[in-house]
Design a protein around this ligand. Structure first.
Ligand code: GRF
Length: 217
């Protein structure tokens, strides 16, 4: 197998998607290793969990910088120091500038708790219920300067139930996030997919499909 790509996960909070990526990357055939976890919040619970899992961690506290770009230049130095190939945003709650995104073009993934392009932004589960959609889910996509846009790598759907609250819906979507993100990272890190315009192609012939529709009722 070719060299495992060195991945950094960027978090701001609890890091449950981070956990799922760390766990998946323990498989000997996984094409990427989690080389670093970085948080913009030093107190993020995920940072302590990553450290306990034996992963290198760094805190780059955005509050001590004069502006976004100063923060990102420090972050970039940390990433370069660890020879990172690919970034995974996992509950990272900072908007990134076009400069930083340009450094990581087609090398930065994000997970969003909705079936993009529906429900960009925050409070996706509340909004899905308010709109009355019957199918909701999550999306892993490459990051581009426009928020919650960019070529879609993989999606997972859940049904919306009559009894759902934003909390119960969020919990079922989160379960799918934990399955989807490792699958999407595997697709990208193995080189199975390529970006053509706004589409990610090649996933259909990969061992794991890019669309997950659980059959749970
Ligand atoms: C997830 O729902 C993710 O989709 C969104 O932020 C949340 C992060 O949760 N971007 P966690 O920190 O991975 O548990």
């Amino acid at each position: 197998m070719s060299r495992r790509l060195r991945v950094a996960i960027l978090i701001s909070g609890r890091g449950s998607n981070m956990d799922a990526l760390i766990e998946a990357a323990r498989a000997p055939d996984f094409p990427a290793e989690i080389a670093l976890v970085v948080s913009n919040r030093p107190e993020a619970a995920g940072l302590a969990k990553a450290k306990a899992a034996g992963i290198a961690v760094a805190a780059v506290d955005h509050k001590i910088y004069a502006g976004r770009e100063e923060f990102e230049r420090s972050l970039q130095i940390v990433l370069e120091t660890h020879a990172i190939d690919l970034l995974c945003l996992a509950g990272f709650m900072r908007l990134l500038t076009p400069w930083f995104i340009g450094q990581w073009r087609e090398r930065m993934l994000n997970i969003h708790p909705a079936l993009l392009p529906a429900f960009r932004g925050l409070h996706t589960h509340e909004r899905a219920l308010a709109e009355g959609v019957k199918i909701h889910g999550c999306t892993v996509h490459f990051v581009v300067p426009e928020m919650d846009e960019g070529p879609i790598v993989a999606q997972a759907a859940v049904d919306v139930r009559d009894s759902d609250t934003p909390q119960t819906l969020a919990a079922r979507v989160l379960e799918q996030e934990h399955l989807l993100y490792p699958r999407a990272l595997r697709l990208v890190a193995s080189g199975a997919v390529s970006v053509v315009g706004n589409r990610v192609l090649g996933a259909a012939s990969a061992p794991e499909p890019a669309l997950v529709v659980p059959s749970s009722g």
